[in-house]
Design a protein. Structure first.
Length: 367
């Protein structure tokens, strides 16, 4: 499956002028060296064009602004001034002295052109420096806003999870697992992080589920399951009220959909289930199985992995399940972190779900 061509990849925006301006190319050694070479060669190219078309005065002299503007973009004010001096001297007194122009040009004309180039280079370079400075400030403000939004997401997620578990650490672990699994599919780091943060709100709809159902220490009956099955819908409705929660909204609604179409609330199957929801489906089930709940004690990690492998293709996306199993096998550090985070509380005496309309272990484990 070509997961990187998902909804995220299709919506990936093109590079814009603000993106180009915001690049701090002055700190990139390779670009600096390349820029110097291009500026030097473009200045010589302008000189040769002027010579081949009869020398000065020549409208092609205006092409000298190109290396000046390039120098201003790459190096800012100092680059603009340096580029202007280079081009001004190249097209001014140096060219006639070397016999590279066809017609003699007065020193006044050369000086005037050089002054105009200096003004253009200095102005353009100063503008690029100013824009970069403003974009750095804007980026800092944006990061602060995103951090505050994520702090709010964590608080909201922990509040919802506190009804179901002793702490809200479940959402943090699901975030980590979902992020790692998204990266394993080949999605970009930014997209994977977005899935991870959004995963923290997957059970926000449980705020509407009565505690007598949510905390029931045993299997739910059919009527109770009818209520429980509504929490994805309620979660999507809660997240529909805020901008910027599109990914979280899709996860909240579809993270209990099964790959074979037997899940809820919409009975979606296969690729009709959003990729981010399929990722969180697996991450949520793994963490729920390996950590204690009021209605179920924790199981060992190996047992959980066997369950994931057994239900690949039915409850879980088989490709994601394989990626997840391989990921833990290849990265002992990640597996160790997950096992250390697990707090076994005597799973030997754990309740065994009674077969019924929702008898899968993961259904009870990840209510």
């Amino acid at each position: 499956m070509a997961y990187p061509t998902s909804t995220f990849a299709r919506n990936r925006r093109s590079l814009t002028l603000p993106d180009l301006v915001s690049v701090d190319v002055s700190r990139l050694r390779s670009i600096r060296l390349l820029g110097v070479a291009v500026i030097g060669l473009s200045g010589l190219l302008v000189l040769l064009l002027v010579r081949s078309t009869g020398g000065t005065p020549n409208p092609l002299n205006h092409l000298g602004y190109l290396p000046v503007l390039l120098a201003a973009y790459i190096f800012g004010l100092r680059g603009g001034l340096s580029g202007a001096l280079y081009v001004g001297i190249l097209l001014g007194p140096v060219a006639p002295a070397l016999g590279l122009v066809g017609t003699h040009e007065s020193i006044e004309v050369s000086a005037f052109r050089g002054a105009i180039l200096l003004i253009a280079g200095a102005t353009t370079g100063a503008l690029f420096d100013r824009v970069r400075s403003n974009l750095v400030d804007l980026r800092s403000v944006t990061i602060e806003v995103v951090d505050r939004q994520r702090d709010g997401m964590v608080a909201l997620a922990r509040g919802a999870e506190a009804k179901d578990t002793d702490t809200g650490d479940h959402v943090v672990r699901v975030q980590e697992i979902a992020t790692e699994l998204a990266l394993a599919t080949g999605l970009a780091s930014e997209t994977s992080a977005s899935i991870g943060w959004s995963a923290m709100l997957h059970d926000i709809g449980k705020l509407h589920v009565p505690d007598r159902i949510l905390l029931k220490p045993g299997p739910l009956d059919r009527a109770e399951w009818d209520v429980m099955r509504l929490h994805p819908v309620w979660g999507a409705e809660i997240l529909a009220q805020g901008a910027g929660f599109e990914v979280a909204r899709r996860i909240a609604r579809s993270h209990h959909e099964n790959f074979d179409g037997s899940g809820y609330p919409d009975g979606l199957a296969g690729d009709a289930i959003p990729l981010e929801a399929r990722i969180v489906r697996l991450a949520d089930a793994f963490d729920a199985i390996t950590h204690g709940r009021p209605y179920q004690a924790a199981r060992p990690v190996d047992w959980a992995l066997e369950e994931i492998d057994r239900h690949a293709g039915s409850q879980f996306d088989p490709h994601l399940a394989r990626l997840f199993l391989d990921m833990l096998e290849r990265d002992p550090g990640l597996s160790s972190r997950l096992q250390q985070a697990r707090r076994p509380d005597g799973w030997e005496g754990a309740w065994t779900p009674v077969p019924g309309p929702f008898g899968h272990v993961q259904d009870e484990a990840s209510r």
